[in-house]
Design a protein around this ligand. Structure first.
Ligand SMILES: C[S@@+](CC[C@H](N)C(=O)[O-])C[C@H]1O[C@@H](n2cnc3c(N)ncnc32)[C@H](O)[C@@H]1O
Length: 249
C-alpha cells in the first residue's frame, strides 16, 4: 500500500528539517515566519479548534497546512508524542543570516550566550525567554545543537523569533561581555547595555576559563548566603528582566 503524500514528504525532509513538536511550536513558528513544508495531526478537528481558541491569526494557514494521518503514523514520526497530536517540519534558517544579525552593530537588545549548556530543556526555556524579551539572539558554545528537537520543544518553536546559533568563544559577536557569576558585582547597581553579550555558565561547572577571559565584567544576581546558585534559565530570566527594566526611559 502506498503511504499518504504527507508521510512520504515527511520521511524525505525529516533528516534536514527542524521538528516542530506540538501545536504551540507550530503556531509560534508560523507567526515568526518559518517556512513549513509539511504538518500532520492525528486529530485535525481538535487542532483547528485549538487554533480558533488560541491562534486565530494563523488559523487559515493551519487549515491549509495540516493533514490528518492515522494516530499510529503520527506517533511513528515523533520521539515523544505531544498531547496536542500536532507535528511539523520547518526549514532551518540560514546560518549566514543569523551570523550577520548577531554581528550587526549598533545593537538594540543584548545577545544571550550560554557557555556549554548541558540540559536541553534549559536551553529551550532560555530561547523562549530571549524571544519574549526581544533579545538579538542566543548563542551557545559547546557540543549541544541548539536546534535539537528537545531544545525546540522546550523553546515552544520560538527559535524562529530570534537568532539561534552555536559558536566557539573566539567566534562570539562583538560587544561587551557581561558574564553572570555569583562572585560578580551586584546586578542591582548596574545598567546592562543594549549591545551587551549576557553570558551564563554551564549547569555543571559554571563559566569556562575561556569565557571568563573574554568577560569585561562579572555580574551577580542577589542570593542569600548558603544558596549556591540559581537554575540557568531562571538566571537568564532575572537578567533579561533587569536589562528590560533599565534599558527604556
Ligand atoms: C546552575 S548555575 C552553575 C552552577 C555551577 N555548579 C557553578 O559552579 O557555578 C548556571 C549559571 O547560572 C548563572 N547563575 C546562577 N546563579 C547565579 C547568581 N547568583 N549570580 C549570577 N549568576 C548566576 C551563572 O552564569 C551560572 O554559571
Amino acid at each position: 500500500m502506498t503511504e499518504p503524500d504527507p508521510l512520504r514528504a515527511w520521511r524525505g525532509l525529516a533528516g534536514t528539517h527542524v521538528l516542530l513538536d506540538g501545536f504551540h511550536a507550530l503556531k509560534h513558528a508560523l507567526r515568526f515566519g518559518a517556512d513549513v513544508p509539511v504538518a500532520v495531526t492525528a486529530d485535525r478537528e481538535a487542532a483547528l479548534a485549538l487554533a480558533d481558541e488560541l491562534a486565530p491569526d494563523v488559523r487559515g494557514r493551519l487549515d491549509a497546512l495540516l493533514t490528518e494521518v492515522p494516530r499510529a503514523a503520527y506517533t511513528s514520526l515523533v520521539p515523544r508524542p505531544h498531547p496536542t497530536e500536532v507535528a511539523a517540519l520547518a526549514v532551518r534558517p540560514a546560518r549566514q543570516d543569523h551570523l550577520a544579525r548577531l554581528a550587526r552593530t549598533p545593537r538594540s537588545a543584548p545577545v544571550v550566550v550560554l557557555d556549554d549548556p548541558r540540559n536541553l530543556g534549559n536551553a529551550g526555556a532560555v530561547i523562549r525567554l530571549a524571544a519574549g524579551f526581544g533579545a538579538t539572539g542566543v548563542v551557545t558554545t559547546g557540543t549541544v545543537d541548539p536546534w535539537h528537537p528537545a531544545v525546540v520543544r522546550g523553546g515552544a518553536g520560538l527559535h524562529f523569533a530570534t537568532a539561534v546559533e552555536r559558536l566557539t568563544v573566539p567566534e562570539l559577536p562583538p560587544g561587551p561581555v557581561h558574564a553572570l557569576d555569583p562572585e560578580g558585582e551586584d546586578i542591582r547597581g548596574l545598567t546592562l547595555p543594549d549591545d551587551a553579550l549576557l553570558a551564563f555558565g554551564s549547569e555543571r561547572s559554571g563559566l569556562s576559563r575561556e569565557l571568563r577571559a573574554r568577560a569585561d565584567r562579572l555580574v551577580a544576581l542577589p542570593m542569600r548566603p548558603q544558596v549556591s546558585s540559581y537554575n540557568l534559565a531562571t538566571s537568564v530570566a532575572m537578567t533579561l528582566y533587569h536589562w528590560s527594566a533599565g534599558a527604556r526611559p
